[in-house]
Design a protein around this ligand. Structure first.
Ligand code: SF4
Length: 312
């Protein structure tokens, strides 16, 4: 029985792709300043979905334009993180709504290019967008009462090295630890991805984090909780050791396949319904495009950061 951190029992950012795994801090910087290659759930998921998409994002680093929905997700995540920093009694819908505009303004200050999403501060669509973010926050409060929770961490950066040397890295939305020591990982979902595919991707992400937690703390998280704010539903999942061991082998196989493709540049397109969400159709042969010349899989480099280093 899970008793996560004084919770009620009612139960997912890198902004460019709004996936919660920018991994841009320098925690793994060795003395020479070079980051080690790492795999994040987002990039592993990209390669699984379509090797060419992985190449465009991780090797070519082609720019992507964030959508309003992605940016809204980032802002809502930021508000929920800030809310848990408030005194317990102030963790209510009203205080959360008050955090929304400052979180948006702060993001705009960090990434002024996001102002292009709207036609100026008076754009009525900006007001509609902010209202939709408020609705997501209100939905959150229908799923749980944050006054009954004291998370161990929000937006936790995690990293571990597998025995093979593969480095896994990412960010977890929230970690709850029960007084009994049982761990629950929580992921907030705000996007509008098709539910069945979205769930499969989310579970892949959560298993990734469960594996990293297990390998860093020696304890398998008791529960993975996905909170779908847009439709006010939660999905709880209990991983087991055999499953995480299988998942670990899957990640190793994905990484080996990435390295093999990286040597030759043979990243093949794998068209699917998800192409509708791909920013790179103009470069994709499946849509009549031509990829840019393959820049090559970079050798480890003593410089500040290689392309390989940015695979997350
Ligand atoms: S359009 Fe589809 S097949 Fe082409 S790169 Fe994007 S996801 Fe892959």
């Amino acid at each position: 029985m899970v008793e996560p951190a004084r919770t009620s029992d009612r139960s997912s950012s890198e902004l460019a792709v709004a996936d919660g795994a920018s991994g841009s801090d320098g925690a793994s910087l060795p003395a020479g300043g070079r980051r080690r290659p790492a795999l994040s759930p987002s990039r592993a998921g990209d390669f699984k979905q379509c090797p060419l998409l992985y190449r465009f994002r991780a090797v070519d680093r082609l720019p992507e334009t964030p959508t309003r929905a992605q940016v809204r997700g980032t802002v809502v995540h930021s508000v929920l993180e800030r809310m848990f920093a408030l005194p317990t009694a102030e963790r209510d819908a009203e205080h959360a709504r008050d955090l929304l505009e400052p979180a948006w303004q702060e993001l705009l200050a960090e990434q002024p290019e996001l102002s292009a999403l709207f036609d100026g501060p008076e754009d009525p669509e900006l007001g509609t967008w902010l209202k939709s973010a408020r609705r997501l926050l209100d939905s959150y409060f229908e799923l749980e009462d944050p006054r009954r929770l004291e998370p161990e961490a929000c937006e936790l950066r995690v990293e571990t090295e597998l025995e093979s040397g593969l480095l896994l890295r990412g960010f977890i939305d929230r970690v709850d630890v029960a007084p009994t020591g049982e761990i629950r990982l929580v992921d907030y979902k705000t996007g509008a991805a098709p539910r069945a595919i979205g769930e499969a991707k989310a579970l892949f992400q959560m298993k990734f984090y469960a594996l990293v937690l297990w390998r860093t703390r020696g304890e398998i998280p008791r529960q993975l909780l996905l909170m779908y704010l847009s439709d006010k539903q939660s999905l709880a999942y209990a991983p087991d050791e055999a499953e995480l061991l299988r998942f670990e082998r899957t990640l190793e196989a994905i990484w080996q396949a990435i390295l093999r493709a990286g040597k030759t540049g043979d990243f093949r397109p794998n068209p699917s319904k998800l192409c509708d969400y791909c920013d790179h159709k103009a470069h994709c042969p499946e849509f009549g495009g031509t990829p840019p010349p393959y820049p090559g899989w970079p050798e480890p480099d003593p410089g500040p950061e290689s392309v390989l280093d940015r695979t997350d």
